[in-house]
Design a protein around this ligand. Structure first.
Ligand SMILES: Cc1cc2nc3c(=O)[nH]c(=O)nc-3n(C[C@H](O)[C@H](O)[C@H](O)COP(=O)(O)O)c2cc1C
Length: 381
């Protein structure tokens, strides 16, 4: 029924739609809803403790027997650089003064931890059908343990070089994450955001350069985007921002409203919230300290000094210091429950594919064949 069923068969799903793992915004409710609707629901673990992740996985396994994707960050934990930390705090000093905050004010904040032995034990315990990573792959020993569970292994690439690297390490499928994408860029062979590639250009080049199936991500929010991604050679799409409008997304009312209002040109890639490039709706901190800052400490350390500012401004109902992760197509989505959205996107995509098939009438196909003959004659001359 679908133009390319490789990924559908590999993951054991019904429709080629993967709900993007979204750390801090989407949990078991969304994963269950999407998997039950025939797509692939995902649980992002980067901001969860092992205990929290276990509870979410227990809920998912209790509520659905369908395949799921469990996702982890796999960055190297930085050592920390006191001078850089001081510079960063200096850069934020005026805000601390303005808000009457003390630099030593402790704020309880969950940090982004890389995949480790304990999380790997959890994978062994719950045996998710798909395990995906962001920022490359974990070390070989951990990866081998994951592979032995039989899980399909997926990671994000933001360039052909990264896609080839992931394929060489044995990934079963690759997420081609275009520049339009919301949240952290999965980039791991470079930190140069100026050369990052858009979805339209990235997907077909990754398809041509690798043998494994490709999942398109970034700026895909409706059936038009899905049809385009399939035409570019992707076997499935990974959609993040569009699902943030659904009631299952656990986000604040200010974030929800910002997503509703965000215009096409109101997001930017920034490192001021965590130290790594990520796309979000432009707000005060991004405008005044970024969007890219060369004093922000390495990922994820930049977040610590922002946390008190964020907490205080959120208490006053402001999103000035809150990361509002979003892709460039926030406005294209509809605020529907995640299962309904998944089914509707699949139905509308099939409808569009059928329409395109009808449009390609026998006359048009004959014309295309004639043009191809003329073309090949020209080439052979
Ligand atoms: C709020 C948010 C959080 C995200 N967190 C993660 C994550 O934890 N792990 C991951 O692999 N990707 C994460 N991403 C990136 C998505 O996997 C995906 O590449 C992106 O959402 C696709 O672009 P779109 O948002 O335009 O659909 C996140 C994206 C958003 C919007």
């Amino acid at each position: 029924m679908w133009p390319n069923e490789r990924l559908i068969n590999m993951f054991g799903i019904e429709v080629p739609i993967i709900q993007a793992p979204m750390a801090g915004s989407a949990f078991s409710d969304m994963a269950v809803a999407v998997s039950e609707a025939g797509g692939l629901g995902s649980l992002a673990c980067a901001l969860l403790s092992v205990e929290q992740a276990r509870r979410e996985l227990e809920t998912i396994r209790r509520r659905t027997s369908r395949p799921i994707n469990v996702n982890f960050f796999c960055h190297q934990q930085p050592r920390g650089d006191a001078a850089r930390e001081m510079n960063w705090r200096g850069r934020l000093e005026a805000y601390y003064v303005q808000m009457g905050l003390d630099h030593d004010a402790a704020v309880l904040t969950s940090n982004r931890a890389p995949f480790d032995e304990e999380m790997c034990d959890l994978v062994l315990e719950f045996q998710p059908e798909v395990v995906s990573f962001h920022f490359g792959l974990p070390d070989k020993t951990l990866l081998a343990r994951v592979r032995r569970t039989g899980a399909k292994i997926v990671s994000s690439a933001t360039s052909v070089d990264e896609a080839r690297w992931l394929e060489d390490q044995g990934c079963d499928a690759i997420v081609a994450q275009g520049y339009e994408a919301g949240g952290h860029r999965g980039m791991f062979l470079t930190q140069d955001v100026s050369t990052q590639v858009g979805t339209m250009a990235l997907v077909p080049q990754v398809v041509d350069a690798t043998k494994v199936p490709v999942i398109a991500a970034g700026g895909i929010a409706d059936a038009r985007g899905i049809v385009a991604a399939l035409a570019l050679g992707a076997g499935a799409v990974q959609i993040g921002t569009a699902y943030l409008h659904s009631p299952e997304a656990l986000i604040s009312p200010i974030y929800r409203q910002a997503l509703k209002d965000a215009k096409d040109n109101e997001t930017a890639v920034t490192n001021v919230f965590t130290g790594r490039p990520a796309r979000g709706i432009v707000n005060r901190l991004m405008r005044e300290a970024g969007p890219m800052s060369d004093v922000a400490p390495e990922f994820p350390l930049a977040a610590a000094a922002v946390a008190p500012l964020r907490a205080k401004s959120e208490m006053a109902g402001s999103a000035d210091f809150t990361p509002l992760w979003s892709g460039q197509a926030a406005r294209l989505s509809r605020a529907l429950p995640a299962a309904e959205l998944t089914k509707l996107l699949a139905e509308e995509t099939l409808e569009k594919l059928r329409f395109l098939q009808i449009m390609a009438s026998p006359d048009m196909l004959a014309q295309a064949a004639a043009l191809a003959t003329v073309g090949s004659r020209r080439v052979s001359r």
